[in-house]
Write a protein that binds this ligand. Sequence first.
Ligand code: UFG
Length: 338
Amino acid sequence: MSKTILVTGGLGYIGSHTVVELQENNYNVVVIDNLSNSVKDVADRITSITGKPVKLYIADVNDSASLEALFELEAIDGVIHFAAHKAVGESVQDPFKYYRNNIDGMITLQKIMYHYQVKTIVFSSSCTVYGDTKNSPIVETHPVTEAISPYGTTKLVCEQILKDLCKHSGFKGVILRYFNPVGAHSSARIGELPLGVPDNLVPYITQTAAGLREKLTVFGNDYNTPDGTNIRDYIHVVDLAKAHVKALDYAFEMHQNCEIFNLGTGKGHSVLEVIKAFEKVSGKNLPYVIGARRAGDVEQIWADATKAEKLLRWTCQYDLSAMMKDAWKWQLAFDDSQ
Ligand code: UFG
């Protein structure tokens, strides 16, 4: 019989792509989402891709009564936990919002999972836990003691809570540390929803190309990298979503344990390389200027993802140009739908 998976934040950017992959791999999916950074319509968009309805609870994972009601009604076998705030800059301005929402949400969810003896969980973490390191490619055993923002701290604390529960309370946990997720589903029916001025590079690029922003500012070209701009490991969101299904399969099969996996392509690209790749697939000239460095930016970071490749039997299928193509397709489809 198919297993039933609760996906918290299942209408968000990575959550929605993961729900598609779960449904396409015959998992039953129940979503809980408070719509704080998503819209209800995403559920219908998912269905238009998979042909399967999304069972949706509009509620907050911090609300233990709603969560308990959900666990009473649904026979949940495992959980993928995405629901969290994710803006690094905002977390510096308002750290308590991040501690309260992200850490409390994790505790509330784990407590109810424990109560209902649901102990299989995949947790959404970030390469931000590695802080400002110069040791790329980064392996999972790299020290993670210095978070560079309150957002990063919430990821570290949640990882630690899960490790405890795996050690002492019979949980089976998989922690996924994402590098830079970009792109959208190739159907252009789901993608990252723009909310105000984007902080992240790729939505900023596509919005600029679409004429919604005047120009892109490249944050510094005086770094110690080949072209002077920052290097990141960009990963297609569909590759990332597929890794969640593999991680869940892995978690169900393993014994009480906690495993951590980096999810990236293993390749670093500079900001200027991303711009060039975008220009090539879109046929557009992107207006940009070189500006000052952005506070808190790590110079260069990319993943060693061999552990995920070996143990999860997962590899990335999409390269940078496919990421840019799908990001652009999504931008155009989104503009048309407005
Ligand atoms: N950049 C620009 N101009 C922009 C936006 C970004 O030059 O307008 C540059 C940044 O300086 C950086 C690169 O593009 O060098 C990527 O920046 P993003 O904001 O897209 O991504 P970050 O690497 O800063 O952040 C991502 C995730 C965070 C996570 C972090 C971990 O968005 O959630 O990686 O390092 F915490």
